[in-house]
Design a protein around this ligand. Structure first.
Ligand SMILES: [Zn+2]
Ligand SMILES: [Zn+2]
Length: 304
């Protein structure tokens, strides 16, 4: 590996990427990724499995560009797309590289597992997704967790009340089976979860399933769709918490839990056993503390 010196005056970038592609030796690949990231001061979260790679990292422009080039080279592909945001520093505190059985999991048995290269929903570009969304007969299905869709979602979307992606199969079987003849448009943050979710829907007997290619992040960057009809912010799994999507008809849909003023500040309740993610305005936080309610506030005080 050639010597690399980090130029701290460089602007920072955050990368978001995934690819379903066979990785023969995930442990070896993980070791390589770890070494490369440490050497280039890249931080973030990378998951590697035999089915592919899923990651998000931050670093200087030079470092992230070197990472893209090296990763594509190692995977011997040019097919992986990187969504790139500029940022004023690292978006992560540390680096975590993990080898897992799957890069995202619906916790299905090996026989029932979804292989997106074999079965997945029709991929729609942002413009196609937008055009179809305006048709009243379609159902928009949010493929994320409730704490994500709470911060922002497409107008009129169905947002399952789940806390973990693996809860989708049960929720769909119990609550969504009536929709098998409808046109379903699914979406998630960057597209990775929909590859499996839409495949699962097809396997369950849904007749017409499509997914937003590249997810909400790509939709927000698209020069034609410009994030249209996405309300609120897109939840991201780094220190930014939320990113703007809609530059056409944006709307804030969240309000402070304590005083109901409009806010997108999304924080964890400071009473550790609670730790619930709550919307709380700056004023309420400074006056009453970062708590969901008086109960958490009192519990936190008496625990001291
Ligand atoms: Zn408030
Ligand atoms: Zn609380």
């Amino acid at each position: 590996m050639k010597q690399f010196s980090v130029n701290m005056s460089d602007p920072y970038q955050v990368l978001l990427y995934y690819l379903y592609t066979p990785i023969e030796n995930p442990d070896k690949f993980a070791k390589w990724q770890t070494d490369f990231c440490n050497e280039h001061d890249l931080k973030g979260r990378i998951i590697i499995a035999e089915e592919g790679i899923n990651g998000t990292v931050s670093g200087t422009k030079d470092s992230t560009e070197a990472y893209i080039e090296e990763t594509l080279g190692l995977l011997e592909t040019s097919k992986m797309e990187f969504k790139i945001d500029s940022n004023n520093g690292h978006a992560f505190k540390k680096l975590s590289v993990k080898v897992r059985p799957e890069i995202v999991s619906l916790h299905l048995s090996k026989e029932q597992g979804i292989k997106p290269e074999e079965i997945t929903g029709e991929r729609l570009s942002p413009e196609q997704f937008l055009a179809e969304m305006e048709n009243e007969d379609v159902l928009l299905l949010d493929g994320r967790n409730k704490y994500e869709s709470d911060l922002g979602r497409f107008k009129g979307a169905i947002c399952p009340p789940i806390d973990n992606f693996r809860d989708f199969p049960e929720w769909i079987r119990e609550n969504f089976s009536d929709a098998k003849d409808k046109r379903i448009l699914s979406y998630c943050t960057g597209g990775i979860r929909c590859e499996k979710l839409s495949g699962f829907l097809i396997k369950e007997g849904f007749n017409s399933v499509a997914q937003l290619d590249g997810g909400i992040i790509n939709y927000g960057k698209d020069s034609l769709a410009k994030g249209k009809n996405f309300d609120g912010q897109c939840y991201v799994f780094d220190q930014r918490i939320g990113v703007e999507v809609n530059s056409t008809n944006p709307k804030v849909i969240t309000a402070c839990r304590r005083c109901e003023i409009s806010t997108q500040r999304y924080k964890n309740c400071a009473y550790k056993p609670c730790n619930l993610q709550i919307f709380i305005c700056e004023k309420c936080e400074s006056e009453k503390g970062r708590f969901c309610d008086e109960n958490c506030q009192l519990s936190a005080c008496s625990a001291k």
